[in-house]
Structure formats: C-alpha cells, structure tokens
Design a protein around this ligand. Structure first.
Ligand SMILES: [Cu+2]
Length: 165
C-alpha cells in the first residue's frame, strides 16, 4: 500500500501528539497521587438515617485505635453532614461518604480529595493532609445536584498533627 510522504509525516505527528498527551496525563496523575475511585460497596440509601453506619450518631470524625482517623459523612441536597469537621494533618484519614438522595461530588480544593458520591454506594477515600494545609477549607459538591448546588458546601478544618509541630 502506498502512503504519500506528506500523509506519513502527519500520521507520525498525530501519533507523537497522542503519545505526548497520554504521557502528560500519566505524569500528572501519578505525580499528584490521583487515582479513580475503586470502592464498590452497595448501601441502601432509603434507610441511611435509620440504621447502620450512617445513622446521625455515627457521623463525624472518629479516632481509630491505630492512630488513624475515620470520617463518616452523608451528602444530601444541599450539604455534607456534619457541616463542620476537624481532621489532623499528617495522619492517615479515611473518608466514608454516602448520598441520601441524588448524585453528588465531594471535593476539597488543592488536595487529592475528590470523589463522586453515587446514591446506593459508599464512597471511600484515603488520604493524608499536609501540614501546609492547616486552616479551614471548603468541602464542595462538584456534581450538579439541583437548584441549591451552588450553595452545597461544608467546612473542613485541618489542625496540626497531635504530638507534631
Ligand atoms: Cu451538587
């Protein structure tokens, strides 16, 4: 098969561009420790408030025996509950979030905390927040969930690690 020289040149250029873009994405994803959510854990969204892990009394920040921290939250139109949480920096933190109604997003800007909160599933994210982030930041919903979506945010306060600083 004959391929014209000019056509061949453009073919190589487009292959090189594709390889460059894929390389850039991989570099960015690996460098910033980003990965797709991988937790597939079904839950009955209808009964979230009345039984099990996501009952009101179980929500919030809990210190685990091994020194790590677990945060349990419900995303519902239009907020994350509890609406204010405090987590230590430089400590392994596990977020477990469930939606009570529709699809929400959970995002803390400038961190790798970002996940979809799909109704019927528990979203789990593990992270360790840097000491440089000490202070109060917004937790935002980044999936359009209805008319109040713009106002759907809560506060996360990062405090210095115990025993550190
Ligand atoms: Cu939203």
């Amino acid at each position: 098969m004959h391929v014209d020289a000019t056509e061949k040149k453009w073919l190589y250029i487009s292959i090189a561009m594709t390889a460059f873009i894929i390389g850039l994405l991989a570099f960015h994803a690996i460098g910033n420790n980003m990965h797709p959510p991988s937790n597939v854990e079904p839950i009955n969204s209808d009964r979230l408030h009345v039984e099990g892990e996501f009952m009101e009394d179980n929500l919030g920040v809990k210190e685990m025996p091994d020194g790590s921290v677990e945060v349990r939250m419900v995303a519902a139109r239009y907020g994350f509950y509890p609406q204010e949480i405090e987590v230590p920096a430089e400590t392994p933190v596990k977020f477990r979030i469930a939606s009570a109604d529709v699809l929400h997003g959970f995002h803390v800007p400038y961190t790798n905390l970002a996940t979809m909160v799909v109704p019927g599933y528990v979203s789990e994210v593990n992270t360790e927040l840097p000491a440089a982030g000490v202070g109060t930041h917004p937790m935002l919903c980044n999936e359009y969930c209805g008319l109040g979506h713009d106002h759907m945010w809560s506060k996360i306060t990062i405090v210095p690690a115990r025993g550190g600083q």
